[in-house]
Design a protein around this ligand. Structure first.
Ligand SMILES: [Mg+2]
Length: 205
């Protein structure tokens, strides 16, 4: 990639925003079940919560975004906003890459909530891409939690950090269990990038 800044491609849901915790509360209401009865140990797609019998993931997602303002109300993952501010100050160019527009007819509210949320937590970014095909966007290092995205990014030769949650436990590293770890890996990668070596990501997957 021929760009003068080191670019970090940052996924939002499950990486910067605590998507699964927020969705669990909303899903409990939607399903009319106590939140404690919904396992926190979910896989991608939330099948464990029994959402199929009420119409499936897309319907829950639409309710969550349009009626419960999921993208404006979710809490950040611990340390994420401050770490992104710190990385930005160190010269990392933050490029947010999210697939939040995968449902039709709610794009305006999804984008508005997202931008308001980023401002509200003072999360810095140079670019924001609402993209399904994350490989097409370009970044020196990506951080993501969704197994399919990670596999696809890595398959395209992209340096990708797994941000740990219950949906991605089976994937090999490099992985960050916290934003403290993510900070360390990203800064190491930027050092390697500046000196023309990216060993951190070679041979690990
Ligand atoms: Mg995600």
């Amino acid at each position: 990639m021929n760009e003068s800044s080191f670019i970090l491609g940052v996924d939002l849901d499950g990486v910067v925003g605590d998507f699964y915790a927020a969705m669990r509360i909303i899903a409990a209401e939607w399903l009319n079940k106590p939140a404690e009865s919904l396992t926190a140990n979910v896989g991608f797609g939330l099948d464990e919560w029994g959402i199929a019998e009420l119409g499936g993931y897309d319907r829950l997602h639409r309710f969550a975004v349009t009626q419960r303002h999921l993208f404006r109300e979710m809490r950040p993952i611990k340390d994420a906003p401050a770490t992104l501010r710190k990385l930005s100050n160190r010269g990392v160019r933050i490029r947010i890459i999210t697939n939040r527009l995968f449902l039709k007819y709610s794009h305006k509210t999804s984008i508005t909530q997202t931008v308001e949320w980023l401002d509200n937590y003072d999360i810095p970014y140079w670019d924001i891409c609402f993209m399904n095909d994350k490989v097409a966007v370009g970044a020196h290092v990506y951080i993501d939690d969704a197994p399919q995205n990670i596999t696809q990014l890595r398959g395209g030769g992209n340096n990708t950090i797994v941000f740990t949650n219950s949906t991605n436990t089976g994937l090999p590293g490099p992985r960050a269990d916290s934003w403290k770890e993510a900070e360390r890996i990203v800064l190491e990668a930027m050092d390697e990038w500046r000196t023309g070596t990216m060993n951190l990501f070679s041979g690990n997957y």
